[in-house]
Design a protein around this ligand. Sequence first.
Ligand code: DON
Length: 306
Amino acid sequence: MSQIDYQHVLDEITKEVQPLLSQGKVADYIPALAEVEPNQFAIAIHTVDGQTYCAGDCGARFTIQSVSKVMTLTLALQRYGDELWQRVGKEPSGTAFNSLTQLEFEQGIPRNPFINAGAIVTCDALYSRLSAPMHSMLESFRQLSGNAQVVIDKKVANSEYEFRHRNAAMGHLMKSFGNFNNEVDDVLWAYFNFCAIELNCVELAKAYNYLANQGKDANGQEVLSARQNKQLNSLLFTSGLYDAAGDFGYRVGMPGKSGVSGTILAVLPNQFTVAVWAPRLNSYGNSVAGIAALERLSQKLDISIF
Ligand code: DON
């Protein structure tokens, strides 16, 4: 048993954020996402010594959306190492996650791997090296989360594909600059399937625990080298919440990654990963109650990575 009573802290936070659960708006640019019951909330911690704590709707599954971009980057870094940075940058964008404007000025090289354009080009790189990208991605989540039954929500994946125009525009623009090797629609189909992987908060915190554990999974196997893992966490800190990364860093003080389903994953190096989920979003596409919950966690545990 840890000296900190994480369960008590999570229970307290779950009570405190209740008034916020009706604030914000569920994402509706992907029609299938808008069907979720909007006032749900869950928060889970998975420690590097294997303990799990959860409060709220712990069993409820949701599509992980942009939080999948961290696994995409992980799998791409495993295969390309630093060569990947020839195709995608490391700088915060200061623009929305789905913005197209910088791509043209910057010759089809997206600012970072977490905005949509950056994740899509990273998927393109991965697509070139994997014979069955969706299978590889699912297997990674199955192994790392400890749930062999992890699936893709095909209704969400299909809905994203049907309404893919903006993401398709990014793919085609990058192709026009020579920074895209496969068919845009093929890569988008894989990307949407990655985004539509379904997990609950406990599974999400567990799957990404290597980020808190120097790049090693629960069995001590290396997912990323300690150096790559440190670099990935640094990029999450500067770009994981897009044009709200500065505010999130200021309020929460941990590397984090958000998704439009209302989930956020955050990392306290050498201690734990925490996953939160509350579907209603602010204008930056980040969970209102999720950010508030992580801010409270940071305050209650007096978290500092500096
Ligand atoms: O491509 C999209 O727009 C979505 N599948 C993912 C975007 C997302 O999660 C942005 N995060 N807050």
